[in-house]
Design a protein around this ligand. Structure first.
Ligand code: CTP
Length: 405
């Protein structure tokens, strides 16, 4: 079950050319288990058909103040009461002005005024309109009411203008929606997460590495952000985009990762080492490509520093330090190995995962892990998406924080 399962989302669409983009948002929300009801302003109906939105949402679309077939049902009051989140996307300059001034001259504005739940506003308009002091002031006003406003993206727009005003990408909206439903129990924390593989160069075209894709570490970064943490992600080479609101530092080798971890260490209150760090690197890196037939058939290696062990040692020396969470990637003796690493590296928690099989480990979108803590507690999680696994890891961290502080 994800944070979005069975959530009731009311989506308000207004008169902007970006209206067609939210058709995909409706599909994405429904894929994640949400119930979506769409409210459209009259102008929105000129940009995209209510029929399209009804078919995609699987629900009737509302646009008039008074339902012709049952005027006694007062749709604005019922709709305002019966949802977990109101998302207004795209939000035109006109609708933002209505919201700022408390106008109730169409169904969507009336619902917003009559709603006591969270409201997320995603502006989309011509960049000059967006930057106009009137719009900026209206946005500041609705923020002061507690509405969450997602900044539009910059770029070329349908009107030919270039600048801020494009509807934000779905990933940003998704992250903001999840933030509404995530427990806000990491708001005082600065989380430092390492993710992905490292690459240890042999020569300019070859390296030693492993199949880590970074998915688990990136899911931890995104979910920590949803729970209100400040997040720094130190990432080895991956194909993934940085999660919204997360500061990412890209590195390649274990030595670079170690250097960045040490630089960011002082600010961190929680460190999660989800990276698959190479334990060894070639003793020498060749300046030029090694030609066929020139290489010795064995490659001398030297040990890389164990970054997490070093952090655990430092913490032993100075009584108070950040919370330390490690991962143990195992193909056998999982729990025994996990418990050994928990103790040897002086950790608060270790997440043990099986790297065999297609549903768990490297590259999979799901994981099945066991969480061990320093007091001997063991929590076996079922097969879950990496995002859900990450939330369960943060639940375990939140329990330690609650006990400690
Ligand atoms: N780790 C690290 N630096 C290393 C190796 C590992 O910081 N040079 C961290 C990993 O990020 C992980 C934990 O230590 O959080 C355990 O990593 P893992 O690869 O499972 O174990 P190792 O300590 O490398 O031991 P082994 O290879 O013997 O299983």
């Amino acid at each position: 079950m994800s944070l979005l399962t069975d959530k009731k989302i009311l989506l308000g669409i207004t008169g902007s050319i970006a209206a067609y983009k939210v058709a995909d948002w409706v599909r994405a929300l429904r894929r994640e288990g949400c119930q979506v009801t769409v409210v459209m302003t009259e102008s929105a109906c000129r940009f995209i058909s209510p029929l399209t939105m009804a078919a995609l949402s699987g629900n009737p679309v509302y646009s008039g103040m008074f339902a012709a077939e049952a005027p006694e049902t007062i749709p604005h009051i019922n709709l305002a009461r019966d949802h977990d989140l109101l998302v207004i996307a795209p939000a035109s300059a006109q609708t933002i002005a209505r919201l700022a001034h408390g106008l109730a001259d169409n169904l969507l504005a009336t619902i917003a005024l009559a709603s006591s739940g969270p409201i997320l506003v995603c502006p989309a308009m011509n960049s000059i309109m967006f930057q106009h002091p009137a719009t900026q002031e209206n946005l500041a006003t609705i923020r002061s009411y507690g509405y969450r406003v997602l900044e539009p993206d910059c770029g070329k727009m349908a009107c030919g203008e270039e600048g801020p005003g494009r509807l934000t990408e779905w990933e940003n909206a998704r992250q903001a929606i999840l933030t509404t439903f995530a427990p806000q129990n990491l708001t005082d924390e600065h989380v430092l997460i390492t993710a992905g593989p490292t690459r240890e160069p042999i020569d300019p075209v070859r390296f030693l590495s492993n199949p880590s894709t970074g998915k688990m570490g990136y899911a931890l970064a995104a979910t920590a952000r949803q729970r209100g943490a400040t997040v720094t992600l130190i990432s080895g080479p991956t194909a993934l985009a940085a999660p919204p609101g997360v500061r990412r530092i890209q590195v390649s080798s274990a030595a670079e990762m170690q250097e960045q971890v040490m630089t960011c260490l002082d600010a961190a209150t929680i460190i999660v080492k989800a990276a698959a760090v190479s334990d060894y690197r070639p003793a020498e890196t060749q300046l030029h490509k090694v030609k066929k037939g020139q290489a010795a058939l064995s490659l001398p290696l030297v040990a890389n520093p164990d970054i997490l062990k070093e952090l655990g040692k430092r913490r032993q020396e100075s009584a108070k330090g950040p919370l330390l969470i490690g991962f143990a990637a195992e193909s056998r003796d999982h729990l025994k190995e996990g418990a050994r690493k928990l103790k040897e590296k002086n950790l608060d928690l270790i997440v043990v995962n099986d790297i065999g099989g297609t549903e768990t480990g490297f590259a999979a979108d799901t994981n099945r892990v066991t969480i061990l803590d320093r007091n001997g507690a063991q929590e076996d999680l079922p097969l879950l998406s990496k995002e859900e696994t990450a939330h369960r890891i943060w639940d375990a961290v939140a329990r330690i924080l609650a006990d400690d502080r």
